[in-house]
Design a protein around this ligand. Structure first.
Ligand code: NDP
Ligand code: MG
Length: 386
């Protein structure tokens, strides 16, 4: 039996992870964590009876605790924790084997570090954490001899392509991208985009923040940096190719020119299950690829002039250090502002660009440097734009 903790259990990845747990008798839920959605958490608790539950929002945690006490029986014994302390407690809970990092944003850094230090394997969806703290996390993975298994579909694809290559390292990573809902449009057409327009992704159903990131292509930029950390690859050897049908999930090229790809229908349960059951491949119900129904698989170059966020990610990736935090934090703030109707779609990349230009890079930033730079970026944006 593998005991798992899900950080972000009420989100898109979190709920699909619980579907995977239901499909695999070898997986058992030890702890769950979410931000504030206690209605859904309540249902998840009834079904999976975890030992510990974190609700980041302390007033909501109290409401949940009272509800469980009123229900009585085993519910009374569930440990309800809150805040960052609660998140790290869940991440390091005794007896868990794997922590699924599926919160959104840099809030995941401390719990992921705590989980690694307590010897847990990580099923990694929370790309913002790896992007900003990859230089701290990757050496820790070696030091504590834990496994870091990618959940992001592209990185899972690369991981699957590299497996069975007898340690031969690819010379190039080819990350595929759907291009998002605005593929083919130019800046003058993107000027009036509303959050409702941007929240419609053609191929994947995901949380709000990553859906906006997909529309701006910042998501692909974050994934380029994620690939750099996960696979120890130089940024210039990571190429992005638009593949609008989302059938090829990514590819690797070897020095002899061989290209290996992983294909499948767009279903996040596959990479989630692969990360949780690795190296086993268990059965997974769902649609299969029918080659006679795929009209075409096509490829395009990304339009870096229109989708500047991707170009800025390459710049941040080359600079490294605290510039990665600036890129990510500026995007997190700008996306929240866009979703709240406080800034326009094209301003997201503008805000990132301005924050990066104003930043003096710190090489090899410590965890406290990272968290300080994050707050500095938020303050800078607030002073300029709000
Ligand atoms: P969602 O917005 O759907 O879910 C986010 C989850 O994090 C929710 O459970 C939310 O709880 C929880 N959360 C938010 N803030 C906190 C907090 N302070 N403490 C504890 N929990 C918190 O996001 P997704 O599932 O789409 O994405 C999660 C991560 O996975 C992101 O980093 C994303 O980039 C990455 N990813 C997602 C993919 C997808 O298909 N969705 C694909 C590849 C990567 P609550 O509901 O209570 O707010
Ligand atoms: Mg992805």
């Amino acid at each position: 039996m593998k005991e798992i903790v899900i950080l972000g259990s009420t989100g898109s990845i979190g709920t699909q992870t619980l579907e995977v747990v239901e499909n695999n008798s070898s997986l058992h839920v030890k702890a769950l964590a979410a931000g504030s959605n206690i209605e859904l958490l309540g249902k998840q608790i009834e079904k999976f009876m975890p030992e510990m539950v974190c609700v980041y929002d302390s007033s909501k945690a109290l409401v949940l605790k009272k509800r469980l006490e009123a229900k009585g029986g085993d519910y009374k014994h569930i440990d309800i924790v809150t805040g960052m302390e609660g998140l790290t407690e869940c991440a390091s809970i005794h007896g868990a084997d794997t922590v699924v990092a599926a919160v959104t944003g840099m809030i995941g850094i401390k719990p992921v570090i705590e989980a690694i230090q307590s010897g847990k394997d990580i099923a990694f969806a929370n790309k913002e954490t790896l992007v900003t703290a990859g230089h701290i996390i990757m050496p820790m993975v070696n030091k504590y001899k834990v496994k870091l298994l990618p959940v992001d579909s592209e990185h899972s694809a690369i991981f699957q392509c590299i497996g069975g290559q007898h340690g031969n390292k690819p010379s190039k990573i080819i990350l595929t991208a759907s291009g998002g809902p605005f593929r083919g449009m130019k800046k003058d057409q993107l000027d009036k985009i509303t959050p409702a327009d941007a929240l419609k992704h053609p191929n994947w159903s995901m949380g709000r923040k990553i859906t906006i990131d997909s529309a701006t292509m910042v998501n692909k930029g974050l994934e380029v940096i994620e690939a750099k950390w996960l696979f120890g690859m130089d940024i210039e050897n990571i190429e992005v190719v638009i593949q609008p049908q989302s059938i090829i999930h990514s590819m690797v090229e070897f020095k002899d020119g061989a290209v290996i790809a992983q294909l499948g229908t767009p279903d996040m349960k596959l990479p989630i299950q692969y990360a949780l059951c690795y190296p086993e491949r268990n059965s997974l119900p769902g649609e299969r690829l029918d080659f006679y129904k795929i009209p075409q698989i096509t490829f395009e170059k990304p339009d870096l002039e229109t989708f500047e966020g991707l170009e800025l990610a390459y710049k941040a990736g080359e600079a490294g250090g605290s510039m990665l935090t600036v890129f990510n934090a500026a995007n997190e703030k700008a996306v929240a502002m866009f979703l709240a109707g406080k800034t326009g779609f094209l301003n997201i990349a503008e805000i990132i660009k301005e924050c990066m230009a104003a930043h003096k890079n710190i090489d090899n930033p410590s965890l406290s440097d990272i968290l300080e730079v994050e707050q500095d970026v938020y303050r800078y944006i607030e002073s300029r734009y709000l």
